[in-house]
Design a protein. Structure first.
Length: 79
């Protein structure tokens, strides 16, 4: 996640990294960190878990540029 947050800072996107305790979402300020198509970088969008921001990319978006990946950290045994 370090590379993602450093890139956000370099691009002037204000926020701090933290993890939402209730569901493990990886956050940047008020937004859930999402991965998506490169040309959507910085876009804010509504997800099933709240508002997210595309701060990462992934090869999966080559096949479907509308697809996103929500960044979470799930801990074994935690619900």
């Amino acid at each position: 996640m370090h590379k993602v947050t450093e890139k956000a800072k370099r691009n002037g996107i204000i926020g701090d990294y933290w993890e939402r305790e209730e569901d493990g979402c990886k956050m940047w300020g008020p937004w859930i960190i999402c991965a998506g198509a490169t040309d959507r970088y910085g876009e804010v969008l509504e997800t099933s878990l709240g508002y997210g921001m595309i701060l990462d990319t992934g090869k999966f978006a080559d096949d479907d540029p509308e697809q996103i990946d929500i960044a979470v950290t799930w801990q074994k045994g935690k619900k």
